[in-house]
Design a protein around this ligand. Sequence first.
Ligand code: 13P
Ligand code: SF4
Length: 345
Amino acid sequence: MTSVNELYQTMHEKLKDVVPDVELKYKAEIAYEINRLKVEKNAVILGHNYMEPALFHSIPDITGDSLALSREAAKTEKDIIVFCGVQFMAETAKILNPNKKVLIPSDKAGCSLAESISAADVRLLRERFPGVPIVAYVNTYADVKAEVDICCTSGNAVAVVNSLDSDSIIFLPDQYLAHNIANETGKKIIFPEVVNNTLQVPDGDFQMIGWTGKCEVHEKFTVSDIDTVRAQFPEVVIVTHPECSPEVVAASDFSGSTTAMINYVEQSNAPHYLVLTECSMGDNIAAANPDKDLLRLCMVRCPHMNTITMEDTLAALRNEQYEVEVPEDIRIRAARSVERMIAIG
Ligand code: 13P
Ligand code: SF4
């Protein structure tokens, strides 16, 4: 196994421009112990693209966006999955691996989108729009996934919508992602209002029915932020996550999943980039592309992703905490929606 010093050297090589050396030395020791326990306990660590740079570059066996990590979770043969991401991601891993132990390093890693809709809300939609297929963003909890027909991530949302042979579809819970997908697929979208436990549906034609959940991080980016940065750096290329508002997406140069944004920066050549998403990912892109100038708006952080630390990941492996559980009746129904999603490109 790699020694602490070798681990530190590797981290230093990748992160010297992004993380102070004193922090790297401290984190290399934690990473060494995590990697030792990982082997001893036959565990795999999955790390979302939003993990902080020292964690991202030292302990995950696999890194990626939610779609890639769901796929990897479905394939693993290890006994324990440690998910360095948020609760709905770890839950998805458990849905696909009922007989494995799935751990998440923090019990506070929620998500404003997952909180924005309940299973009862989905039943209300199903009652009001019988026969209309329901797509749930993977950023939902297992009981919501159990009520819908198929899941999607930002990486395959258009493909999932296009795969459904229906005049209209319900897409929940992210208002902005739904609107961006409606724009991309040429559909008119409406957002019913819940009043006294009934749905008020606007008049007129529509092909998509959305919900009004929002990501508390991406909703904060504005067109005025983009205009200000473009005024200061006229040649900047701006990449956004589709959880941003349709106006922000329209004002940007490229929009895609977290991995699609990483690939876009890596494969293009601009004098400056502004990556409008969780700030840590900007650090990870900067570390992997030392020749590129990455601008970030770091006043906006995901408080949930940021609860996942290396110290807590070590505690998770040592104490086998916090174990993710999904009741079996819910898991079986949720698995159908997740497996349908994984089968689509
Ligand atoms: P990705 O599916 O693009 O990785 O995004 C997940 C997420 O929570 C973004 O805020
Ligand atoms: Fe949820 Fe937004 Fe955080 Fe992603 S960035 S985990 S959507 S709150």
